[in-house]
Write a protein that binds this ligand. Structure first.
Ligand SMILES: [Zn+2]
Length: 214
């Protein structure tokens, strides 16, 4: 786990990269993950990073804070490059939205579209969630941040999340006529086809059914 390089400015609530702040507690930042005070360690030996001011059991790492920062960027944005389906403008966003079965990192909405966004830093989209999104035909874009440079600053991360096309992968989008289940087992597929109509109708059952595939 690499060190944390983003903090939340206590006064403005904007996200600051370690390169933008003064050393020590003068950085005036809180941890994006737990909200507690952090200080900037900007010495000669280690890579510059944030650390908690007081002893903490917070598990914030470069990866977890990158994920949180990317979500905030989506929340603050209004234009999103979907990759294969071009740039869309959106008027509203919701983070950590639950649709009855799964939680999504973000949902952005336009007058006629709702698009789920999944951000991958360390945890891949599970196969069952991938299959579910495609079966219910939910427009969904995955942002791949696995290879992001550890020294990336806020502006470059914002460009990557909102404007870059090559880190985006379409999970499902309008116009795909044939949706296949990528599960290898044909008996599992039969099970899906049997239970899916019921599962889509009844939310508690949906939860149960999709738990089986976790
Ligand atoms: Zn923390």
């Amino acid at each position: 786990m690499a060190e944390v390089t983003f903090g939340l400015d206590r006064n403005t609530q904007s996200i600051k990269h370690i390169s933008e702040v003064q050393s020590g507690l003068s950085c005036n930042c809180n941890c994006i993950q737990c909200g507690k005070a952090i200080k900037a360690a900007k010495g000669q030996v280690q890579e510059h990073h944030f650390k908690h001011h007081e002893l903490s059991d917070c598990t914030a790492s470069f990866e977890s804070v990158l994920h949180l920062t990317a979500k905030k960027i989506i929340q603050n944005g209004c234009l999103f490059n979907t990759g294969a389906n071009g740039v869309i403008s959106y008027s509203a966003s919701e983070l950590e939205k639950v649709d009855g079965v799964y939680r999504y990192d973000a949902f952005i909405t336009t007058p006629d579209k709702s698009i789920a966004i999944e951000i991958v830093v360390t945890n891949q989209l599970s196969q069952s969630k991938y299959d579910y999104i495609r079966l219910i035909k939910q427009r969904c874009i995955q942002i791949d941040l696995q290879e992001v440079d550890r020294n990336i600053n806020y502006d470059d991360l914002e460009k990557l999340v909102l404007a870059n096309a090559s880190c985006k992968r379409t999970i499902w989008w309008d116009g795909e006529s044939q949706v296949t289940i990528s599960n290898d087992s044909s008996s599992d597929q039969a099970y899906w086809l049997l239970l899916l109509p019921l599962a889509l109708l009844y939310k508690p059952l949906r939860k149960f059914v999709f738990k089986l595939f976790e």
